[in-house]
Design a protein around this ligand. Structure first.
Ligand code: ADP
Ligand code: MG
Length: 604
């Protein structure tokens, strides 16, 4: 019988590993940037061409490698970061599997130049599909210069499945942003297709956030800063009013490593409960530091998942820290301390502290809340009683609108002039219009009716939406990944009445907006649009235009005032019923309902 089992060649083994570690240009960017950070670089340059498909290059001024290390670094399981298995548990650096460079070398053409600070010469090494083609001495400044060309050139199926340049570029921006935020002490430069996209000076976290994401973040965020013997958290959270409709701008790091954790994200958002709308997401950049032995980040090389010894402690701690920050900056109404036995029973809370640790942290707000009995945070909605009062209060209406229903045509439906409209109308709390019709009563949701009317108007104008010139053009600086997207949807925006153009790398100037859009809302409409499209960038243009139109209609409708006179009410009804689909708002919600005379009579 023949033997069938063979050892995989290094090249095949590396290609398989690459499938896990390097999925797209952005994964290579991440690995290379992290290696540069691990090498203690203080200046890092990222250069890409064709969204990383043609070239990804990272130049750093870190420690560099010796001649032997330069060669070794491309071997699988070659790492300078792990010597013993215990190292895995206390590792603070980011790369730790010794697989990245080997994987990259299996699926791309690689050229690396590297020089240690204590040697006079550097080493240049060229590798293609795991084979070393050349290694020679070279002259260069200390540090490492790694170039990856034609990623997946030898795996056409993978290369074929790369997404559009816009999508791949956005992924690269995401990775770049994470590494740049986690390392504000390092300066970064990012060039794409020969143009400088971003230069970030070394600084602190605040200057880094503003430098990376835009000036408007400066006034919209408050610091978070807490320390206990076990955990330290610092960073910034957005003020509630800056919350957006999708969860784009949320960054959470544990021991300087970007982490995705729905569980901990929940902890943070809970702290905002009652302060932001249900479907919106607060901005945050939070850095949690803890004993690395208590976190297992090595669950999967790229999935960015974590496991903790004590999840619930982490959850409570995070939520408390965010609430504290909100309260300290007078954003949350008040903090209340009420019993939460679950927390006081957590083993970690009763962790014996050394005398020195106790002294160090006993003044801390969070230490107190965790270590004293029966204390946890909740924000008490004290004003709930107030809400009920308001609900029952009788509001005064302008005299010409208060037409008691009993005297109106409601009891005499035949008196109504037409089948649908032209009855007597009454407005309830500015939100509901009640009008009499032949067969009974019609209840109209005013806001939705206005949305429908605005939407139809925008749709009719198709491509020729009237624009209104702004007195003062508005300049918007956007986070880089958003700018890429905006550039792509610029034509649709123009069709919808926005007159705007790029101005520098990530800045746009709005000259005109669709007529009817309230002043001062240019930027927020744009942000909303981008938020909406972020997860649906693959939509075709007509679907995007549709989305944009819906958004605009909502905004415009939100600002229509003066529905007080019977004429205005009648106009609304007339306009609504000349729309294409008077029954439903653009988002599909019902605009009006009919209550038949019989149903009304049955009520009594
Ligand atoms: P890991 O980072 O998990 O150790 P990599 O494959 O990413 O594995 O890198 C292998 C080794 O190559 C690293 O452990 C490090 O010693 C060296 N190395 C990689 N990139 C650099 C760099 N930019 N500067 C200095 N050394 C580097
Ligand atoms: Mg690495």
């Amino acid at each position: 019988m023949n033997n069938e089992i063979q050892l995989l060649s290094d090249h095949i083994a590396n290609q398989i590993a690459a499938g896990e570690v390097i999925q797209r240009p952005a994964s290579a960017v991440k690995e290379m940037l992290e290696n540069a950070i691990d090498a203690h670089a203080t200046e890092i340059q990222l250069i890409i061409k064709d969204a990383g498909k043609e070239l990804i290059q990272v130049i750093d001024n870190g420690c560099g490698m010796s001649v032997t290390d330069a060669r070794m670094s491309f071997e699988r399981h070659a790492t300078s970061k792990i010597r013993h298995i215990e190292d895995l548990f206390k590792i603070r650096t980011m790369g730790f599997r010794g697989e990245a460079l080997a994987s990259i070398a299996a699926v791309a053409k690689v050229e690396m130049k590297t020089r240690r600070h204590d040697s006079d010469m550097g080493t240049r090494i060229c590798i293609e599909a795991t084979s070393v083609l050349l290694q020679e001495p070279c002259a260069m400044v200390p540090g490492t210069n790694l170039m990856i060309k034609n990623l997946f050139y030898n795996i056409p199926a993978r290369r074929h499945f790369l997404k559009s340049n816009t999508t791949e570029l956005r992924h690269i921006w995401d990775e770049f942003s994470r590494v740049a935020l986690a390392n504000p002490q390092v300066s970064f430069r990012f060039r794409n297709n020969g143009e400088e996209q971003k230069y970030l000076e070394a600084g602190n976290l605040k200057t880094r956030i503003v430098g990376l994401l835009g000036n408007n973040y400066e006034k919209n965020m408050v610091p978070v800063e807490e320390e206990t013997a076990l955990l330290r958290i610092r960073g910034f959270i957005g003020k509630p009013e800056s919350a957006t409709k999708t969860r784009g701008m949320q960054f959470f790091f544990i021991n300087n490593r970007f982490i995705r954790s729905p569980y901990l994200n929940h902890a943070i958002t809970t702290a905002f409960e009652g302060l932001i709308a249900k479907e919106s997401f607060p901005f945050y950049v939070l850095m949690l530091e803890t004993d690395p032995a208590k976190v297992d980040v090595n669950v999967h090389p790229t999935k960015q998942e974590v496991k903790f010894d004590d999840d619930r402690l982490m959850y409570t701690y995070l939520s408390a820290a965010v609430k504290h920050a909100l309260a300290r900056y007078n954003i949350a109404p008040s903090l209340d301390f009420t019993l939460n036995p679950q927390i006081t029973q957590l083993p970690a809370v009763n962790f014996p502290l050394t005398e020195q640790q106790t002294r160090q942290t006993e003044k801390g707000y969070l230490y107190n809340t965790f270590s004293q009995k029966n204390q946890a945070h909740i924000i008490d909605p004290k004003n709930s009683v107030q809400h009920w009062k308001e609900l029952y209060a009788i509001t005064q209406k302008p005299a010409d609108v208060v037409t008691p229903v009993s005297e109106g045509a409601a009891l005499h439906p035949e008196a109504a002039a037409s089948a649908t409209t032209q009855g007597h109308s009454l407005l309830i709390q500015d939100s509901l219009l009640i009008t009499t019709v032949k067969s009974g009563l019609m209840l109209i949701n005013i806001r939705r009716a206005q949305e429908r009317i605005c939407y139809d108007r925008l749709a009719q104008q198709q491509g020729t939406v009237a624009a209104q010139k702004l007195l003062f053009p508005v300049t918007c600086e956007l986070p880089p990944a958003d700018a890429v997207l905006l550039q792509e949807i610029l034509p649709e925006l123009q069709q919808s009445g926005f007159d705007m153009s790029g101005f520098g790398q990530h800045t746009f100037v709005i000259q005109a907006v669709p007529a009817g859009l309230p002043a001062g809302e240019e930027r927020s409409v744009l942000d909303e649009m981008l938020d909406q499209l972020k997860h649906t960038a693959a939509l075709d243009t007509s679907l995007r235009t549709e989305k944009l139109r819906k958004r605009l209609a909502k905004r415009m409708a939100g600002h229509i005032t003066g529905m007080t006179t019977p004429e205005q009410q009648q106009l609304l009804i007339d306009e609504l019923f000349s729309c294409t689909m008077p029954e439903y708002a653009p988002d599909g919600k019902k605009i009006f309902t009919l209550i038949s005379k019989e149903a009304l009579e049955d009520m009594l």
